[in-house]
Write a protein that binds this ligand. Structure first.
Ligand code: FES
Length: 122
């Protein structure tokens, strides 16, 4: 079950998973409730952006792959990191001008009309 706070960030609860797998399946809610992308999503202490790219939905971690800064959506065409200002594409998480870097992506699938994410158990 998902709930939404004033900032539009969705908080979620775990629907399955185990300590052995180190990943958990999270029900993000009904697909129809996500009308704007990227959509901020919080799972435990971890923050993501739900995006819809060429190959479907995925969660992009807001932890910068450079040195762990926070990647933010400031409303421009690209995400931007607060660490050193690197910019990332909003659908695939690839780094502008640095092809060896990309935001960490996690699988999101459809189960019925619900979006289910597979994310680290943090
Ligand atoms: S930590 Fe993100 S650009 Fe350096």
């Amino acid at each position: 079950m998902a709930s939404q706070n004033r900032k539009g960030t969705v908080s979620l609860r775990q629907v399955s998973g185990s300590a052995r797998s180190k990943k958990v399946r999270i029900d993000l809610g009904e697909e129809a409730t996500f009308t704007r992308f990227p959509a901020p999503v919080k799972v435990g202490d971890a923050s993501y952006f739900l995006v819809r790219g060429r190959d479907g939905y995925k969660l992009l971690s807001t932890v910068c792959p450079h040195q762990g800064g926070e990647v933010m959506d400031e409303g421009d065409n690209l995400f931007v990191c607060d660490g050193h200002g690197w910019q990332y594409h909003k659908t695939e998480g690839t780094c502008e001008g640095k092809p060896d870097f990309r935001m960490k992506a996690f699988l999101v699938t459809l189960n019925g009309n619900h979006l289910i994410a597979l994310v680290p158990d943090e």
